[in-house]
Design a binder for this molecule. Structure first.
Ligand code: SF4
Length: 278
């Protein structure tokens, strides 16, 4: 089936809006395929929200509610979080213009969302630390650590959770996944390095560790925590090499396709990508 794509206002001709800041999400999209990045962010062709993406966003919203209640010193239960997910569901469906094939499909996705968050909360360790940032914006100038060169733009993104523990700060990113997988650090490297770079600038401290907490959509939901050490010089050198290449593409308005395994999940595959002539 060919997905319906929505054509919105394209970015200004010289991509100046996109040069205002670099975000981990945009950067990761560009890394996976520069043409996909162009279609989404430069040409403004919006892909429909898939059930999987919608579930991921609702899981994030449920966890955000949970940690904000803790931040506020409230006693929050799993039932409170389930209720919040139910109460905010219809509004989110409208906001995302989410289309379900049937009422049963929608009910099943809501049930799966509540089940996944419930599985996370069942395993939640109340001694994990205090949430000092929940779904918080982090912004800082991009200054290359090893050269001092100012790239003339900012890094801006939202971090899911920062926990303050007796031994240091932990940066946490939540993900939903279809299956369990080995903790391949390199597949998350750009995102983790972005968070660490911005965190250090905003908080004036070095993270103790970074974590990816994956909520797995198996029949019986599972939760996996992958831990990564604080970022080192090499991580930031590599990150800035990627950012420089990304900015070069934006400035030259040249975006080359990058066919690979992610094409199977790309909504542009049979339409705009096919029309691309290099
Ligand atoms: S189908 Fe593949 S090559 Fe084409 S835009 Fe999508 S990810 Fe890029």
């Amino acid at each position: 089936m060919i997905a319906t794509l929505t054509r919105a206002s394209p970015a200004r001709d010289n991509n100046s809006g996109l040069l205002d800041y670099v975000s981990p999400t945009r950067l990761n999209t560009w890394v996976s395929c520069p043409l996909k990045f162009k279609l989404r962010y430069v040409d403004g062709i919006k892909e429909p929200t898939s059930p999987s993406l919608f579930l991921g966003k609702r899981v994030h919203a449920g966890l955000e509610f949970f940690y904000r209640q803790i931040q506020a010193g409230e006693n929050v239960t799993s039932a409170d979080v389930s209720q919040h997910i139910s109460d905010s569901w219809d509004e989110a469906v409208t906001a995302e213009d989410m289309q379900f094939a049937s009422f049963d499909d929608e009910a099943a996705l809501k049930c799966q969302t509540i089940g996944l968050v419930g599985a996370y909360l069942d395993r939640h360790d109340s001694k994990e630390g205090f949430p000092i940032a929940v779904e918080s914006p982090l912004e800082c100038p991009l200054i290359e650590p090893h050269t001092g060169a100012d790239l003339g733009t900012a890094l801006f993104g939202f971090v899911d959770l920062i926990l303050e523990t007796p031994t240091g700060m932990t940066i946490v990113d939540f993900k939903t996944a279809a299956r369990t997988s080995a903790p391949l650090e390199i597949s998350h490297e750009v995102q983790l390095s972005c968070y660490a770079y911005a965190f250090r600038h905003v908080f004036g401290a070095t993270e103790q560790e970074l974590q990816i907490r994956s909520l797995i959509k198996t029949k019986t939901p599972k939760v996996e925590t992958h831990r990564y050490p604080a970022r080192g010089d090499a991580h930031f050198r590599r990150l800035f090499a990627v950012i420089r290449a990304y900015l070069d593409d934006l400035q030259s308005n040249r975006f080359v396709y990058r066919p690979g395994w992610t094409c199977s999940m790309c909504d542009y595959r049979e339409t705009d990508c096919r029309q691309w002539q290099g």
